[in-house]
Design a protein around this ligand. Structure first.
Ligand code: C2O
Ligand code: CU
Length: 473
């Protein structure tokens, strides 16, 4: 098939055609498998440059890029390899992943692979794990992918600005052992961006109140577009692998008249599926949802972003349609395969308690966020040993919501009975509602080093709500 016809079939075609002013990016695969139906909906794929079946090697090139987000208007943002979101890295559990990062921005940057259990030297945190990658420089990130699930990559330098201008992408690690017939799979990257009506990036207000609230972009994006649609057959299962890559925005998802089956979260599948009427996904978090949309052929059904508030003083967001499902035919309903995962519950008995209060201090008129009253710039690390188990007691002392994120390790959330909540889930990012607390149990495998934890409302992290966990050998 001719390349141009191929491009025209693809949902991201206008983005690639506008590209970065030169030819289509070489790091992105136009036709990864010869079959455009591998995913119902997905960002463009990162081209795998390694012929070996158990190794994936890709290049991600960060650069200023002009692309079309609002129809008919050019927006100059920052992207990985010319794509918004960045190219989807697709691998399977057990693969070795090499990512050649090339920084063609005019400023330093890094790549952090959120949720991936790699070595500390690969964690992408300037000063803690590596020097920031200077303009024009490169860095090679290497991991063995020990976990299946949806992960993601983003800079860990000037994160509010760099994520806010388009630097984020998804890493999907398949589980070779899972049943094949869970549903037609889509990768859905939710985010937002601040643009004026002509597509020009808006300067950010950065007064203390705005930072306190966390800056959201006014244009909600699903896989880099203000809205998307997906042709479905009534009754046929769709599996949505969803990432919230927004800097601050929360999404509460609902599908009118339908329940949502959550089968996985940050670190792959749940112990067993969970039926939900709606699903909250906070910045940094991932959801693996199965839906079975039913409707008359010719009609449409919207996956909605429902009103949600990120704190007691904040107004709720408005309802919007993220994804329009268009019923194009009757499907053949098939039985849902049984999805059980044997996960070991972490044992909190005798574990050391680590108090982590999320604090905001405005007493002298300025805004300082912190952990236990101390901003990141003055923080002393929390200490732990390889092989130890700790309970992180997260206490949100503020009237704002904070999505707590721990680098490098998964945790389990303790219930009122002081045991991990069922069904068991492996989490790296968790909503901590205003003026409330959660206890997280975490066990440190043999990857010593300096690991970060922080609020994933990135304005809050930059205002000081970040700490370090020193895992010692
Ligand atoms: Cu998405 Cu410090 O992380
Ligand atoms: Cu926060």
């Amino acid at each position: 098939m001719k390349l141009r016809r191929w491009l025209a079939m693809l949902p991201w075609a206008p983005i690639l055609v506008l590209g970065s002013g030169c030819s289509a990016p070489v790091e992105v695969d136009q036709n990864p498998s010869g079959d455009p139906t591998v995913f119902g909906l997905a960002p463009p794929l990162a081209k795998d440059l390694d012929p070996n079946a158990d190794r994936v090697r890709v290049t991600l090139r960060a650069s200023a890029t002009t692309l079309e987000i609002l129809p008919g208007h050019a927006s100059t943002l920052q992207t990985y390899s010319g794509a918004l979101p960045g190219p989807l890295i697709h691998a399977k559990r057990g693969d070795h992943l090499s990512v050649h990062f090339q920084n063609d921005l005019a400023e330093p940057s890094t790549l952090h692979f959120h949720g991936v259990r790699g070595e500390n030297s690969m964690d992408g945190v300037p000063s803690a794990t590596q020097p920031a990658v200077a303009p024009g420089d490169t860095f090679d990130y290497e991991f063995d992918l020990q976990d299946a699930g949806l992960f993601w990559y983003h800079p860990h330098h000037d994160s509010v600005a760099q994520l806010g201008s388009g630097l984020y992408g998804a890493l999907l690690v398949d589980d070779p052992d899972e049943p094949a017939d869970i549903g037609r799979q889509s990768v859905v990257v939710l985010s937002d961006v601040s643009l004026d009506a002509d597509g020009n990036p808006l300067p950010f207000a950065s007064d203390p109140q705005t930072i306190l609230e966390g800056r959201e972009g006014g244009v909600v994006l699903i896989n880099g577009r203000p809205a998307q649609s997906l042709e479905v057959r009534s009754g046929e299962r769709q599996r949505l692998r969803i990432l919230n890559a927004a800097r601050s925005r929360y999404f509460r998802l609902g599908l009118p008249g339908h329940s949502l089956l959550q089968i996985g979260s940050d670190g792959g599948q749940l112990e067993e599926p969970l039926s939900l009427s709606e699903a909250l996904i906070v910045p940094g978090e991932r959801l693996d949802l199965v839906i079975e949309p039913n409707g008359e052929v010719g009609t449409e059904l919207g996956l909605l972003a429902l009103p949600v508030s990120r704190g007691l003083p904040l107004a709720e967001s408005a309802t919007s349609t993220l994804l329009t499902l268009k019923f194009v035919a009757e499907g053949e309903p098939t039985p849902m395969p049984s999805l059980q995962r044997s996960l070991a519950a972490l044992d909190p008995a005798g574990a050391e308690h680590v108090p982590i209060a999320l604090t905001i201090d405005q007493s002298d008129g300025s805004l300082q966020m912190g952990i236990n009253g101390v901003p990141f710039s003055l923080a002393e690390p929390v200490h732990a040993r390889v092989g130890a188990t700790q309970i992180l007691s997260i206490e949100n002392k503020s009237p704002y919501s904070h999505p707590f994120h721990l680098h490098g390790f998964f945790f389990q959330v303790l219930g009122d009975d002081q045991q991990p909540e069922r069904p068991l889930a492996l989490k790296d990012t968790l909503e901590i509602p205003p003026l409330s607390g959660r206890e997280l149990v975490v066990s440190y495998d043999d990857r010593p080093g300096m690991w970060m934890f922080h609020c994933h409302v990135l304005d809050h992290a930059e205002a000081g709500m970040m700490g370090m966990l020193h895992v010692m050998p």
